[in-house]
Design a protein. Structure first.
Length: 288
């Protein structure tokens, strides 16, 4: 029989002896491998900025959208401001197509526009309101230059030929039409087997340039500590479960990692570079 997982227990608790804008955490991890010298303990104290008190969301969103964001607040929260900005740039009644829309969680942000959705026939989503167009992102059955704007969030990692998809976006947009996309730099495997790429800002810019877009603006959507925090909080999901008798311990690990994630995220204000975001946002324009 191979080596067995160690027995252990963990606890993390917050101490309230510091001012409200500080967190004093005790992280206690005990590992028992039959060796009395294997036990270890750690103590961590960290200051936390007041601006990190909650997820990056707007008060003017529906409860359903808020719940969607809370599933992955660091990954999804920044999309609200980005897409509200996109909506603010559109004229009343502008035609916008959400390509790879899934459940179209951001529909409500485009109430001023003629908002339509597109998704392919192998989508894992079953929205209550079916997509307006069922088609792959590289072959949308609309005329050339027929859209004022395209939005596509967290889609390009799921297409085998992202260059062809961006060329299709270019074809669909009117001259001076706007493209708004987000793409992940860091995330675990999902929607398999259609999970092909992760994107740096430079790679994304190269693809947009090659497709013919101009006025390209690319920005990281969060800091490095928040990225690590979000991934740490999801370690329970990533571990999964197994009928090997150790799921109870996995549950302890998962709960502990959620607390550790909060601690890691509390360092967010110290990141000056933002070179490890979960995602990048990009805006671009089709020229005349």
């Amino acid at each position: 029989m191979g080596p067995q997982p160690a027995a252990f227990s963990t606890s993390i608790r917050r101490h309230n002896t510091l001012p409200q804008d500080h967190l004093n955490w005790i992280v206690r991890i005990h590992v028992d491998q039959g060796d009395p010298d294997s036990a270890g303990y750690g103590h961590l104290t960290v200051a936390r900025s007041p601006r990190l008190a909650g997820p990056m969301t707007s008060p003017n969103i529906s409860e359903s959208l808020r719940e969607f964001i809370e599933e992955a607040p660091v990954a999804r929260g920044p999309h609200i401001a980005f897409l509200q900005h996109a909506a603010s740039e559109l004229a009343q009644g502008a035609t916008i197509l959400d390509i790879g829309a899934g459940d179209a969680p951001y529909r409500e942000l485009f109430g001023n526009a003629d908002y339509k959705t597109c998704d392919w026939d192998r989508s894992i989503y079953s929205p209550g309101r079916p997509p307006d167009i069922v088609a792959p992102a590289d072959n949308v059955p609309l005329p050339d230059s027929s859209l004022d704007a395209i939005v596509s969030t967290q889609v390009l990692e799921h297409v085998a030929e992202p260059g062809l998809v961006l060329e299709e976006f270019y074809r669909l947009l009117k001259p001076k039409g706007h493209l708004y996309v987000t793409t992940p730099l860091v995330w675990y495997l999902h929607e398999q087997p259609h999970d092909y790429y992760r994107y740096t800002s430079h790679g994304l810019r190269y693809l947009l340039n090659r497709a013919g877009f101009v006025n390209i603006e690319i920005a990281p959507m969060n800091d490095a500590f928040s990225t690590i925090s979000q991934l740490t909080a999801h370690l329970g999901y990533m571990m999964g479960h197994n009928p090997d008798g150790y799921d109870g311990r996995r549950d302890i690990i998962a709960r502990t990692m959620v607390e550790v994630a909060s601690l890691i995220g509390s360092f967010s204000d110290f990141d000056t570079q933002w070179i490890l975001p979960i995602s990048f946002s990009a805006e671009a324009i089709r020229p005349n």
